[in-house]
Design a protein around this ligand. Structure first.
Ligand code: PMP
Length: 395
């Protein structure tokens, strides 16, 4: 069974780690995998996380099983963060903890397949490369809608809406809540409103993938799109992750939040998601969720998190500006869009050969799609990286 297997293709993102390890240059820059790095290129544990972990070690009475829904405080805090505690969206939603944003997406995908068998899921082109695999693993047919123009760095909103006109009542629309991965280009609130009206008319389901809350313009600003959705459509799903905004990557901390037309509908949706989770992982891992629950429910720790998150966000937006400014000095292609986009990513719109040249000749590592993790840039490398990009763009 195993001996005759062919070598599997490298995962487009995780395979980068191997190429990076093989590069022995002291100047190599990792702009591939989507992690936030600080000004020193480190991926530190947040102070608020360390404090919550210490508190947990001292006070946690037991590690006995919880339920398939996971940590109840965490779930309540999560929908509070998404919609604002006590808001209408908060009241009409219920959350189930999941292993990372990936687990939340798979749970959503399996639940949707049970509720709407045979429906299609419309995903943006381009999107996070794991989306099609997750959705197809549940049995969904996947349709790509136009989203982003690689040549100009602009949204293809009119074409997007034209394709979405095909959404039927059995279909699902997948949207990125903020900080679109891989493009950094988000819908503005008018566009969120237009999409909400369209799906309301079509009766389609909506799944919002929210993996970067707070890393664009702030928590409330980044949640504005899904909060608007809550005022316009009765039901939708949100798959969220604390991997990036709490730097808890390996702890696998995510959640699926189900918004219903009223509280009772949300409670029912939640009840139907529990048996799905039971067959996927039975119970989600507790440690990361217990940390997040502690931080969000303790005023001082929450304040600490807000300020650490602000530092991350401002650093990202700062290096975006510096990269765009240095590229502008070179003339040639207009890369001004990099400064206006949000989150950790942008697409350079250069061919795989150009990406290969960046890796081979300049020791700058990106995904072959030309996606750059701008959070891997810092004062030591941003100008050198800009110069390398300009050199490759001109060829
Ligand atoms: N959705 C998007 C758009 C992402 O970029 C990521 C992480 N790269 C995820 C979901 C999954 O996040 P997690 O690591 O929490 O599973």
């Amino acid at each position: 069974m195993f001996a005759e297997l062919a070598e599997p293709p490298l995962d487009p993102i995780l395979g980068l780690a191997q190429l990076l390890a093989r590069d022995t240059s002291p100047d190599k820059v990792d702009l591939g995998i989507g992690i936030y790095q600080d000004e020193q290129g480190q991926v530190p544990v947040l102070d608020c996380v360390k404090a919550a972990e210490r508190w947990l070690v001292e006070t946690q009475p037991s590690k006995r099983y919880l339920s398939s829904a996971g940590n109840a405080d965490y779930n309540t805090q999560t929908r509070g963060l998404l919609f604002g505690e006590g808001s209408d969206g908060f009241t009409r939603s219920r959350t189930i903890q999941a292993p990372g944003g990936t687990g939340a997406l798979r749970l959503a995908s399996d639940l949707l397949y049970r509720l709407r068998p045979g429906g299609r899921v419309f995903i943006p082109g381009p999107t996070w490369p794991n989306h099609p695999g997750i959705l197809k693993a549940s049995g969904h047919e996947v349709v790509v809608y136009p989203y982003y123009d690689m040549a100009t760095g602009a949204l293809r909103f009119d074409e997007m809406m034209a394709t979405l006109a095909d959404l039927g009542a059995n279909d699902t629309l997948l949207l990125h809540g903020c900080c679109h991965n891989p493009t950094g280009a988000d819908l503005d609130l008018d566009q969120w409103g237009a999409v909400a009206d369209l799906v309301a008319k079509a009766g389609a389901a909506v799944l919002v993938d929210l993996a970067y809350l707070g890393l664009g313009d702030g928590v409330d600003e980044d949640a504005a799109g899904l909060r608007l959705l809550a005022t316009r459509i009765p039901e939708f799903l949100v798959a969220s992750s604390y991997s990036k905004n709490f730097a808890l990557y390996r702890e696998r901390v995510g959640a699926l939040t189900l918004v219903g037309g009223n509280e009772q509908a949300a409670v029912l949706a939640h009840a139907h998601s529990l048996p799905v989770a039971r067959t996927l992982w039975s119970m989600p891992p507790d440690h990361g969720a217990a940390i997040v629950a502690r931080i969000l429910s303790d005023a001082e720790l929450r304040q600490g998190w807000t300020s650490e998150l602000t530092t991350m966000r401002e650093r990202i937006n700062g290096v975006r500006g510096r990269l765009a400014a240095r590229l502008a000095e070179h003339g040639g292609r207009n890369y001004g869009f990099i400064a206006n986009q949000r989150g950790m990513f942008t697409m350079l719109g250069i061919a795989p050969e150009g990406v290969e040249t960046l890796r081979r000749d300049h020791h700058v590592h990106l995904t072959s799609s030309g996606r750059v993790n701008v959070a891997g840039l810092n004062s030591n490398n941003v100008e050198r990286v800009a110069d390398a990009i300009a050199a490759v763009s001109q060829n």
